[in-house]
Design a protein around this ligand. Structure first.
Ligand code: SF4
Length: 170
């Protein structure tokens, strides 16, 4: 897989302490993107999925794993394998993407990206829109982006609160 980087203990990519995997490659080219170096699918570094899984396995005190980037949906096969391992360890899985949930379901991000929805607990969807940027968007950059509960983990997390706060215009 092509990897932009990892953060072992992140507090900003979902609830609790999370291992964040930054996937390399993104087709969205959002104006004002904070991670433009992650756009080139040939950038970053090539790593084995097993090596990312081993890093997660060796990291203590985690509540979850988050896929960020870049757009993880460009490498959905790798994301599925990591997500399945995370669930084996009892960790929740969040995934950021520039696609909307509706686009993914319609197959616009590819067949495996639609399949990935069956392997995650939460999707943070939609492109970053600079003129909708808000500091009050918890775990997101702009108010159009949604935090969508997909799977069964994260039982203690209030999915409604940060969503409403964003919609209020923050
Ligand atoms: S989807 Fe994310 S990484 Fe891709 S261009 Fe938009 S803000 Fe940047």
């Amino acid at each position: 897989m092509r990897l932009a980087g990892t953060v072992k203990h992140s507090f900003v990519d979902g609830p609790g302490i999370r291992f964040t995997v930054f996937f390399q490659g993104c087709p969205h080219n959002c104006k004002g993107c904070h991670n433009p170096e992650t756009h080139d699918i040939n950038g970053g570094e090539t790593v084995r999925v097993e090596d990312v899984i081993r890093q997660i396995d060796q990291t203590k005190y985690l509540d979850g794993v988050t896929f960020s980037g870049g757009d993880p949906l460009m490498q959905a096969d790798a994301a599925i394998r990591i997500a399945d391992f995370a669930h084996q360890r009892g960790l929740s899985v969040w995934c950021y993407t520039g696609y909307t949930l509706e686009q993914i379901i319609a197959g616009k991000a590819g067949k495996q990206a639609a399949e990935l929805l069956r392997h995650i607990d939460c999707l943070v969807d939609g492109p970053y829109i600079e003129n909708l940027r808000s500091e009050n968007c918890i775990y997101r950059g702009s108010t159009n982006q949604r935090i969508i509960k997909i799977g069964g983990q994260d039982e203690g997390f209030d999915f409604g609160a940060p969503y409403r706060k964003g919609l209020d215009g923050g």
